[in-house]
Design a protein around this ligand. Structure first.
Ligand code: ATP
Ligand code: MG
Length: 247
């Protein structure tokens, strides 16, 4: 299989602070790839570079053979690469349905700005309904986002990301701040959502990592310490020393 995503020797510094110093790894199509590493290791910075929010200081991001480094997020989203955010990007006063609809409209771009009543476009409404079902929010689809529980808000963020029809989905700590029960629920939902897609997920919760990922890369001091299967990572002495501890 040819490389689907190739993160190629990425360097990033912020006015002298060297955050990424030669990050290199590959992701295959349909892979479920977790990026783990201690706080401040540069995981979110790496996502910001892959998703086009930041330009790398040097290095390249190759997506399906094309150099996408520095291309803006909305163009990448039209090519099928979308991220959800660690910080919420939900419109609190809008309903679940309208939040996802607005994401879907942005996916189709200008075309829908000319439609006075996009809710009447059956095709797009059917897609929105299907996404609501996928992320498990059918019961609350007409409620304002502000009335949702924390776990439901995070599910809505994923729904908004799905509305752009990503084939490569980037999730930054999708279960952060959740209770154990919300986390288990989120894992099951994400597992369903990523069937037929490629996933890169940043996560601190090792239970989430080991249930979702089939490949794991450990980011440590600005470079990838090791990439491997969950078993290889679990048994890697360098990873134990640097990150997992002996627990
Ligand atoms: N826009 C920015 N300007 C300056 N420094 C930044 C910027 N973004 C991140 N940094 C710095 O880069 C380093 C890595 O931050 P980053 O958020 O990528 O880490 P992380 O691995 O995602 O951490 P966490 O696990 O806590 O989310 C930190 O020292 C952070 O302060
Ligand atoms: Mg982060």
């Amino acid at each position: 299989m040819s490389d689907y995503l190739h993160v190629q020797n990425i360097y990033k510094d912020f006015s002298g602070l060297k955050v990424l110093t030669g990050v290199e790894f590959k992701v295959k199509e349909k892979e479920r790839h977790a990026v783990i590493g201690p706080n401040g290791a540069g995981k979110t910075t790496l996502f910001n570079i892959i998703s086009g929010k930041f330009k790398p200081s040097s290095g390249a991001i190759l997506f399906k053979g094309e150099d996408i480094s520095g291309k803006p997020p909305h163009l990448l989203s039209r090519r099928g690469l979308s991220r959800s955010f660690q910080i919420t990007n939900v419109f609190q006063e809008l309903s679940v349905f309208d939040n996802i609809l607005s994401g879907a409209r942005s996916r189709y771009g200008l075309r829908y700005h000319f439609l006075k009543r996009p809710r009447h476009d059956r095709n797009i409404c059917e897609k929105v309904e299907a996404i609501i079902e996928e992320v498990g929010l059918a019961d609350v689809k007409d409620q304002p986002a502000s009335s949702l529980s924390y776990g439901q808000q995070r599910a809505l963020e994923i729904g908004i990301t799905l509305s752009t029809e990503p084939e490569l989905l980037l999730l930054d700590e999708p279960t952060a701040g959740m209770t154990r029960e919300e986390t288990d629920h989120a894992i099951r939902m994400i597992e369903k959502v990523v069937v037929d897609r490629t996933l890169i997920v940043i996560e601190h919760d090792m239970e989430v990592v080991f249930s979702l990922a089939n490949t794991i890369s450990v980011l440590h001091y600005g470079t990838i310490l090791v990439s491997g299967t969950p078993d290889e990572i679990r048994n890697d002495q360098r990873v134990k020393d640097a990150y997992l501890g002996e627990g």
